[in-house]
Ligand binder design. Structure first.
Ligand code: SAH
Length: 352
């Protein structure tokens, strides 16, 4: 039995499923789901992320959070939380760099939100020298100041897709054609929650809606607003999404999202406007990752590291700096949005 067989049987019995249901099964099915069965990250995996490219990424995030903590009067204790921490690399690099700010690491209650068992096991190893707690969802974050980071987490949350038909919408579905998984569309229906998208779309346009993002943003933003703290959300996407951005990646290349259920990573672009609308806190302007990292001093950090390196490791460092910041690489596609409370400044590197 494969996940494909299972989904085909289910659709045959119950009818087509939404793209969100399909994505959730592919990523999180307890037996066959992508994140349930493997470690997808790194050169030997299917894709590589910013913290896996270079330690500089996590270090700068750590300095940014520690500076914000200092500016807010060093609240103690506080929650240092990450959603979707992958291999734990970002958190480890962050903690090592933030240790330069006295008191930060001791006051931090490290809290991770992670759905994948194999990745939790790797996080345990990577963060062995720290006390770490895993919580089952955003509502379980403690009610205290929250310093939060999520890199490539929101892009993994399931999205629904809707095609505009007059003033109504047809939902894109995964059904069967000749016994194989295939995309189709449901009947035209009004979708009051999508009314605001009637302004910026035309007949035939496709839009995406990520229902799971709003409760997460509400829980994080409420703690930041009421208790203090900041949040950093880093992902690929833009202020408002338009068009089909569902993509499947396997072995560092694109594949058809329907041909390898459970064996390819599935993501969609993040709609930062929807995230901003769902947070009770203030939010910053959405800033390209390259600009954010330059403002935090990535070039100086790279130069300091370069002074100790030569040969291949120096080349790798130069490559890593370019990949993280250059507009043709991750610098422009990836964006950063900060969350912060009324009484304080935005996190370093970001504008109100
Ligand atoms: N932040 C890491 C990993 C990104 S991959 C990095 O930058 O390297 C996406 C991460 O989110 C993985 O850790 C995955 O297991 C986790 N994840 C995906 N969907 C999730 C969900 N619904 N709840 C909790 N974690 C989830």
């Amino acid at each position: 039995m494969s996940l494909e067989d299972l989904l085909i049987a289910r659709i045959a019995a119950q009818g087509p499923m939404t793209v969100a249901e399909y994505m959730a099964e592919c990523l999180l099915h307890p037996r066959y789901g992508y994140y349930a069965t493997q470690d997808p990250l790194g050169a030997r995996g299917d894709f590589i992320t910013a913290p896996e490219i270079s330690q500089m990424f996590g270090e700068l995030i750590g300095l940014c959070l520690a500076q914000a903590w200092f500016d807010q009067g060093r609240p103690t204790p506080f929650t240092l939380a990450e959603a979707g921490p992958g291999r734990g690399t970002l958190m480890a690099d962050l903690l090592r760099a933030a240790a330069q700010v006295p008191g930060f690491v001791d006051a931090a209650q490290i809290t991770l939100i992670e759905a994948s068992k194999p990745l939790r096991a790797i996080q345990t190893e990577t963060l062995a020298e720290y006390e770490v707690a895993w919580v089952e969802g955003f509502d379980a974050l403690p009610d205290q100041p929250l310093f939060f980071v999520a890199n490539e987490f929101f892009d993994a949350l399931p999205i629904r897709q809707f095609l505009r038909d007059g003033a109504q919408w047809r939902e894109r579905q995964v059904g069967l054609s000749d016994g194989r998984l295939s995309f189709g569309v449901g009947p035209a229906q009004p979708q009051p929650a999508l009314d605001h998208r009637l302004e910026d779309t035309r007949d035939g346009d496709l839009i995406e809606d990520c229902a799971a993002a709003a409760p997460a943003m509400d829980a994080v933003g409420r703690r930041i607003m009421e208790q203090g703290g900041v949040g950093l959300i880093i992902d690929y996407g833009d202020w408002r999404s338009l068009g089909d951005t569902l993509q499947a990646v396997q072995k560092h290349g694109p594949v058809d999202p329907l041909t390898t259920p459970g064996r390819a990573d599935l993501t969609a672009h993040v709609d930062f406007e929807a995230l901003a609308q769902a947070t009770p806190s203030k939010f910053t302007r959405v800033t390209p990752q390259g600009v954010f990292l330059e403002r935090l001093g990535i070039t100086q950090r790279a130069q300091a590291l370069a002074a100790k390196l030569g040969g291949d490791s120096l080349d790798q460092l130069i490559q890593a700096h370019r990949r993280l910041t250059h507009p043709d690489e991750m610098g422009q596609l990836f964006k950063v949005m900060g969350l912060y409370p009324d009484a304080h400044l935005p996190p370093p590197g970001l504008d109100a």
